[in-house]
Design a protein around this ligand. Structure first.
Ligand code: C5P
Length: 236
């Protein structure tokens, strides 16, 4: 069971001013934050440290994929910023995953280490072209198992993969799920979405939610509405 907020707000902005305008209206007790490649490339590690200093748990979503030594050192650097979660590509292979895991063993407060399996932008034709055998789902499961056996804490997965991964990988494996749309909100460019309650019921630990909160006129009200929706459907 995961402690603390389950909602991770995706800070998909290019401008630091917009980040701080939003974040000053959010509460670390009620949400965590995700910093991805766009914002990190614009604003860098100083902004990540500042968000940590403001009390937020940060998911540094840089999807490391490189030789084992490089990824291990990048994960250590992320830990040094004080982030709560960091991710790598499972397709970097067992040696890379184990090196990342080992690099965090000596860290005082190690971040959760999670893997991306198959990017959800890839379809059956794309993975065939890359040279991967089997269906997208088979590849997702195989790579998630590789991540688990390499000692990672969990994976990022699409809502439609949550139930099967939860069934195969057990209760302690962390499932982080984007593609979430609260009931009654627009889909934007997401296709196969679940509502927050559906994703949690299927077995997700954390929900990555961007535009339904960040593009709302009142982001805090949007967050509150999602919390209400989650607890209204909760069994306990
Ligand atoms: O605005 P929205 O809620 O669609 O944002 C979702 C976030 O999750 C974005 O940061 C996006 O890059 C990320 N993401 C995703 N789908 C994936 C993996 C990551 O939407 N399969």
């Amino acid at each position: 069971m995961s402690a603390g907020p389950r909602i991770i707000v995706a800070l998909d902005f290019a401008e630091v001013e917009r980040v701080y305008a939003l974040v000053s209206r959010l509460d670390p007790k009620r949400c965590r934050l995700k910093v991805g490649k766009e914002l990190f490339t614009h604003a860098g590690p100083a902004m990540v440290s500042e968000l940590c200093a403001r009390g937020f748990d940060i998911f540094l979503d840089l999807k490391f994929h490189d030789i084992p030594n490089t990824v291990a050192r990048a994960c250590q650097a992320a830990a040094g910023l004080g982030v709560w979660m960091v991710n790598v590509h499972a397709s970097g292979g067992r040696k890379m995953l184990e090196a990342a895991r080992a690099a965090l063993l000596d860290v005082q407060r190690p971040p959760l280490l999670v893997a991306v399996t198959v990017l959800t932008s890839l379809d059956a034709q794309d993975i065939k072209e890359i040279g991967w055998q089997g269906s997208v789902e088979e590849n997702v499961l195989r790579l998630a198992e590789l991540a688990a056996h390499s000692g990672l804490n969990g994976v990022v997965c699409s809502p439609r993969e949550v139930a099967i991964l939860r069934a195969s990988l057990g209760a302690d494996f962390q499932l982080v799920t984007p593609g979430i749309r609260p009931a009654g909100t627009g889909m934007n460019d997401q296709s196969r979405t679940l509502t927050p309650r559906q994703a949690l019921d299927a077995g997700a630990n954390y929900l990555v939610i961007g535009r339904p909160i960040t593009a709302a006129d009142d982001p805090l009200a949007a967050l509150t509405a999602i919390e209400v929706e989650i607890s209204a459907g909760s069994a306990g």
